[in-house]
Design a protein around this ligand. Structure first.
Ligand code: MG
Length: 371
C-alpha cells in the first residue's frame, strides 16, 4: 500500500493530544521487538490484540455481579468492560489524552477475572495462600505475558510497557510508589462510575432493591434534581433509564470539570512529571461523598444480598473442591497446564487453569469431575 498520503500516528497525536498525554513516540516499547505498523499506533495494536484474545472473548461467559441463571438482561464481565471503555474514552477525548491507550487499558482491565467474580477470586486466593495468593489484576498480566499466544517466537501478547504497567498499578492500589499515567487514572475512574451505575440498574431490574430505597441515596437525589421537571412526564422504565444515564453523566461531568482545569493548571509537558505527582483524576466534592455513600449502600444491600451470598458460597465451595481434585489428579489437566507445572508448580498451574474458565465451563467441569 502506498502510505505517503496517510497521516502518521505522530502527526495525528501531535494535532490532537494535550502535552500531558502519553504519546506513542514516548512508549517504552514491547519486551520482544516488533517493527512499527504502517497505520496503527502501538496502543491500537494492543487494543486489537486484547480484543482478539481468547481471554477477552471468555469475558462474555463470566459474571460481573449477578450470575447467568438470574436472567439475561444484566451485565456480564464483557458488557461491563465495554461500558468502561466507552465512558473512559469519552473522558479521555475531552481531556485530550491518548484514547487508544485508554481503550486498550479499559478492555484489558478485567480480563483476569476468574469464574464467579470476586467470590471466585477469594476462593482461588485461599487455594493458593501458600503459593503467593491469587489476584485477578495480577492474573491479567499472566494472561498477557504467558498464557495467550499470538506469535510462535514469543509467549504472550507482547503488549506495550504502558499497558502492562497500567495494569500493574491496579494490583496494589494502596502502594505508595504507584503513579499511574493519566490514561490509566481515567480508566480507574470510569470503572467505578460504570459499576456504580450498572449495579443500581441491575439490582432494580432484579428486584433486589426498590426505587424507594434507591431514592434515599444522596447520589440519586442529586440526579433527580439534575433531571428537573421533565421527570414527571416519564413512565417507570423511561424514568429508570434517565436516572442511570444521569448518574453516569453527572459523574463524568464532575470529573471533567475538575480534572480539565487542574491538568491545564499543572502545566505538565511530559509523563515524567505525571509519574512524580500524587494528583488523581476522580470525582470531587459533594458528588464524591454521595458516590461513597452509594457504594456503601450497594455493598450492604446488593453485594451482600442473601441471594448473592448463597450463590457466592456455592461457587466458593465448588472452586475449593474442583481445585483440590485437579491437584490430586494433574493428569486430567489440559496439556499446556500439565506442562506448565514444571514452570510454576502444580498448585499455581491448576489456579491458572481454573481462573481462565467461564462460569459455565467451570460448572460443567465441576459436575463432570466432582459431581
Ligand atoms: Mg471493572
Amino acid at each position: 500500500m502506498a502510505n505517503h498520503a496517510l497521516q502518521t500516528t505522530a502527526e495525528r497525536e501531535t494535532a490532537l493530544l494535550a502535552p500531558y498525554a502519553m504519546f506513542s513516540s514516548q512508549s517504552a516499547g514491547r519486551r520482544y521487538h516488533e517493527s512499527e505498523h504502517p497505520y496503527r499506533s502501538p496502543f491500537q495494536r494492543d487494543r486489537d490484540r486484547i480484543v482478539h484474545s481468547a481471554a477477552y472473548r471468555r469475558l462474555s461467559g463470566k459474571m460481573q455481579v449477578f450470575t447467568g441463571d438470574m436472567g439475561d438482561y444484566h451485565r456480564t464481565r464483557l458488557t461491563h468492560t465495554q461500558e468502561v471503555a466507552s465512558i473512559a474514552r469519552t473522558m479521555g477525548r475531552a481531556l485530550r489524552l491518548n484514547e487508544d491507550l485508554i481503550e486498550a487499558l479499559a478492555l484489558f482491565h478485567d480480563i483476569g477475572h476468574p469464574p464467579f467474580g470476586h467470590a471466585g477470586e477469594d476462593a482461588l486466593n485461599e487455594c493458593l495462600q501458600d503459593d503467593g495468593g491469587f489476584s485477578h489484576n495480577q492474573y491479567a498480566l499472566t494472561i498477557a505475558e504467558e498464557l495467550e499466544t499470538r506469535h510462535q517466537s514469543f509467549p504472550g501478547l507482547n503488549l506495550t510497557r504502558e499497558v502492562l504497567e497500567g495494569q500493574a498499578t491496579r494490583v496494589d492500589k494502596q502502594a505508595e510508589d504507584i503513579h499511574p499515567l493519566l490514561e490509566a487514572q481515567v480508566v480507574e475512574a470510569a470503572d467505578s462510575m460504570t459499576y456504580d451505575a450498572h449495579d443500581v440498574d441491575d439490582a432494580l431490574k432484579l428486584g433486589l432493591v426498590t426505587l424507594e430505597e434507591v431514592h434515599q441515596q444522596a447520589m440519586i437525589r442529586i440526579c433527580v434534581e439534575l433531571m428537573g421537571p421533565r421527570v414527571s412526564d416519564l413512565g417507570p422504565a423511561e424514568y429508570k433509564r434517565a436516572l442511570i444515564h444521569t448518574m453516569i453523566d453527572c459523574q463524568v461531568t464532575n470529573v471533567l470539570e475538575n480534572a480539565g482545569p487542574a491538568l491545564a493548571g499543572f502545566g505538565w509537558t511530559s509523563i515524567c512529571e505525571i509519574r512524580q505527582s500524587d494528583y488523581r483524576i476522580g470525582p470531587v466534592g459533594e458528588l464524591a461523598e454521595a458516590k461513597s455513600a452509594m457504594e456503601a449502600f450497594l455493598y450492604e444491600r446488593v453485594y451482600r444480598h442473601p441471594e448473592l451470598v448463597k450463590t457466592r458460597e456455592r461457587a466458593q465451595s465448588q472452586i475449593y473442591q474442583l481445585f483440590e481434585r485437579y491437584v490430586a489428579n494433574p493428569d486430567v489437566l489440559p496439556d499446556r497446564f500439565r506442562k506448565r507445572i514444571e514452570l510454576v508448580g502444580l498448585r499455581r498451574s491448576v489456579g491458572d487453569y481454573v481462573a481462565g474458565m467461564t462460569d459455565r465451563f467451570f460448572e460443567q467441569q465441576y459436575l463432570g469431575f466432582v459431581g
